[in-house]
Structure formats: structure tokens, C-alpha cells
Design a protein around this ligand. Sequence first.
Ligand SMILES: *Cc1c(COP(=O)(O)O)cnc(C)c1O
Length: 384
Amino acid sequence: MLPFIRSDLAQFTAYKAHPGSDTAEPVAAKLDRLDTNESPYDLPPELKEKLAWTYQQVIETNRYPDGGHENLKQAIAEYVNESAGLTNPVFTSANISIGNGSDELIRSLLIATCLGGEGTVLTANPTFSMYAIVAQTLGIPVVTVGRDKNSFEIDLKAAQSAIEQTQNPPIRTVFVVHPNSPTANSLTATELAWLRNLPEEILVVIDEAYFEFSQNTLVGELEHHTNWVIMRTFSKAFRLAALRVGYCIGHPGAIATLEKIRLPYNIPSFSLTGAVLALQNRQLLLATIPQILSERDQLIATLSSNPALDISPSSTNFIYLRLKPNNTYPQDTALKSLHQQLRSQGTLIRLLNDALRITIGTPDENIRTIKNIQTALANLGGTN
Ligand SMILES: *Cc1c(COP(=O)(O)O)cnc(C)c1O
């Protein structure tokens, strides 16, 4: 390694958007891309036209973007109030900070809490990998605890003891996803009770990336917990993954700190415009959700009838699939083989340590998923 590089970075490899694919090339659009939990639907043409018009007529590419994000923050605050069913609005732009995707917010939150030897991060695996990845690139230690094998509830005993043991540095930030990726389950009453009781020196980050699918939000509780923040994104239900916009909702003090940390022009003008347009047209954009959810239920029902598969309930737009133990083939090689076979049949899904994660696609894509899984399982010899 080059002698000027921080020594602890030697052990990392660059993030791969599509792990399991052998090349760095973008995934061919002809594949069913069901490995990153995006919406299967592009923006409707009329919105793309509006966006293109704004790009041509309004955005001056020689000028820096609006560095304060005020319009978008106000639109987000209104949506957040609405999404929590709050009739007298509680949230204003002082409660919102906007990131270049939630990924940037994860980094800013870690800079704000743990950097410089001030804190350790706690996560419960399996969960979103970016929390640990970003922490490690900042030299921040990560403690992980497990989850129940069936309900995927966090091992709260282990989590509590990790907090009580004098770690050096102490646990300062806890990341949870609601509902969790990749396991698709929402936080339970017991987990919530634990989060509510965490001391105010610990930041609780609740990632609601899939809120629009679960319709289950904790923003109504933010007022009572100055040490909670909620993250959301435009990358999933709002169909704007290409534009990279995420936001954090929290106490004005926490938000002011995030604003200090972020780079001045972190969101391009085009993305600011796209996100505002998406919120203005939220009814149109979110109208695809009931269909995606019913497709999900159908996919779960159909796949569950195969005796080789163990499918977990899902509160979101993807499913978590394991193989039931059997004597015909070892689990991990079978999962790898399923993943590879589906890929060669044109369906890209996410391979995890002991499971597969499959995004809900269009009805046609889902039909192919079912067919391809059944063919692949038959090739393994495990269906009968
Ligand atoms: C997809 C996803 C996000 C979105 O990240 P962006 O950087 O906003 O695209 C955030 N959190 C979780 C858990 C996700 O699965």
C-alpha cells in the first residue's frame, strides 16, 4: 500500500453495488434487477418531462446549487407531518437535514457522535451493511449483536450488556432499521421499549428507508426523545435512486450539528428539483405501492408452498428467503447455486450469508422469479 495511506484502510475493499457479479460493469438493463430494493418503476413520463423542462429552462449549470436546501426541507417537513398523521404540524425545516443519499447522513451522524475515539457503534446483524462500512472507514469501532433466528428480533440481552460493559470508547450510536433489511421485519414492542429506555448520551438512529411500504413510522415519538433521529430516503418508494437524496428528521440541535458537518453543496440542483417534484406528486408516485405489496404477498404465498423454502413475513418491498435444512445438499453451496442459476436465467437477487433477499419487481418480473426459483430448486434435486 502507498506509504501515505492510513494503515487501517489496507484491510478494506471498495463497496460493490452488485456483490456476486464478477465485473465492475453496470448491470445490463435486460436483467431483472431485484438485488437492491429499488422500485421497479421509473418516473412517469410526464414527471420526467417536467424535470427535463426545469433542467433546460431554470437550472443554470454554471451556478452552484442552493446550499441551504430550504425549499426541499419545507416540502419534506410537510410530508413528514402528514406521514405521521399530525394535524397540527410539529416539524419544520429546522428538524430536517438533507444528505446525498442516506449514506452521507450515516457518515455525518458518525462524525457527529463517534469520531476521534469518542464512541463505538452498535448494530444487530444481519442489517444494512453501510453502518459498519462507513464506521470502519472513519476508524470507528463497531460492536455487533445477533438476532433471533426466526423472529429476527435483536438480541437485547447482548445489546444491553454491550452498553453496560465499559467499552472503550463507550457505545455512542445505535443503528436500527424499521423495517430491517435484509430480514424485512419491523421493530417489535419489546425492541421499541428498549430503545425508549436508552440513556440520552446514546444516539438512536432509526432508518425508515422502507416507511412508504410499511406505513409504520416512529416520527410521532421524536418529540419525546431528543436522542432519536429518523432517516428516510427518496431511493426506494419515491423512485429516485439515481438522484441520491436522503433526509434526517430530528431535534433542532442534532440537525444543526449535521448542517455544520455536511459539505456546502452536497445536493446537485437537478436532484433538489427532482425531490421537490416527487413530493409535489407524491400521490401519483406512491400509487404503485398497494400493487407492489399485493405482488409481494402473492410471491410469498406461491414460494411458501415449496417445501424446500422458508420465507419470512415481510413489511416491505423485498422478501428474505432461506432453505429448510435437508440432507440432499449443504445450505451454503445450495444458496450460491440458486443465486448463480437465477443470474444465468436473467434474475439478479442478493446473496447473503445464509439467505437470499429478493426485491419485489413488476408482475412480469415476479412471475419469472417464481419460475426461475422453481427451476433452480429442481436442478438442486431438493423439491421432492
Ligand atoms: C436502500 C437503503 C437506504 C437508502 O440509502 P440511500 O443512500 O438513500 O440510497 C438506506 N437505508 C437502508 C436500510 C436501505 O436499505
